[in-house]
Design a protein around this ligand. Structure first.
Ligand SMILES: [Zn+2]
Length: 179
């Protein structure tokens, strides 16, 4: 497949961020030997950063923290990357229980399906939805499995991107109106 240089640059930036994230995760596990939550937003398309996207990240971040027992938190940090903000929490709570709570949060309202919350146990094994006996993630636009739509490229990235921006915008507007 041929990519233009802009697309290539973008892909490399994403790849680099993913590698850096993975090595930081490993570093945290090695340092603490406890459960790890690694949080990013799952925003399809070219635009990964905007004031609204960042605001939305922090709404999710606060929600995540509100579901944790403060005394059990050993590490907290947010990294600022061109591909998006990234949040990390190390907790002495059970990884599977943490994952369940995070899935409940992701499924609580449609905009929170943009939260991408990975949970690892102290051996750096990622806890999957399947292990928690929960069905796979659904696509945002249709009722199919998200992984399937992604693989088949059922929806184009403009469509997905526009839908996500709209979800975030409406969520923040409603929130502002309520406060
Ligand atoms: Zn779909």
């Amino acid at each position: 497949m041929y990519y233009d240089s802009d697309t290539e640059k973008r892909m490399l930036t994403i790849l680099k961020a993913r590698e850096e994230r993975s090595s930081f995760q490993k570093e945290l596990i090695n340092r603490y030997h406890q459960s790890l939550i690694s949080y990013t937003l799952n925003i399809p398309g070219k635009i990964k950063r905007s004031t609204e996207i960042d605001m939305f990240f922090y709404v999710g971040w606060e929600k995540i923290l509100s579901l944790l027992t403060t005394e059990n938190i050993l590490h907290l940090s947010v990294k600022d990357k061109p591909t998006g903000l990234e949040g990390f929490v190390v907790s002495s709570e059970n990884a599977e229980q943490l994952k369940r709570r995070m899935i409940q949060l992701e499924e609580s309202i449609p905009p929170f399906r943009l939260l991408d919350i990975d949970v690892f146990d102290k051996d750096f094994t990622q806890i999957s939805r399947r292990e928690c006996k929960l069905p796979p993630r659904r696509c945002l636009l249709c009722s199919q499995e998200a992984a399937l739509c992604c693989k088949m490229q059922t929806h184009n990235s403009f469509e997905l991107s526009a839908y996500c921006q709209k979800l975030i915008h409406e969520f923040l507007s409603e929130r502002r109106a309520q406060s």
